[in-house]
Design a binder for this molecule. Sequence first.
Ligand SMILES: [Zn+2]
Length: 56
Amino acid sequence: MSQRIDAKNSRNYLVKCTCPHCNQQSEHSFSRVQKGAMLMCPRCSKLFSQGKTAFA
Ligand SMILES: [Zn+2]
């Protein structure tokens, strides 16, 4: 029962991004976010780019 979460070692782990349009948090693949790719909000279906600003 030793479940390890290798989030940082996984190539496509998810990061939470906040949609600037509706403030909904959604999870997106880190590699996409890091590249500055456009992400689609599941709530309002608008595209946004998280960039490098909101990682804390
Ligand atoms: Zn949204």
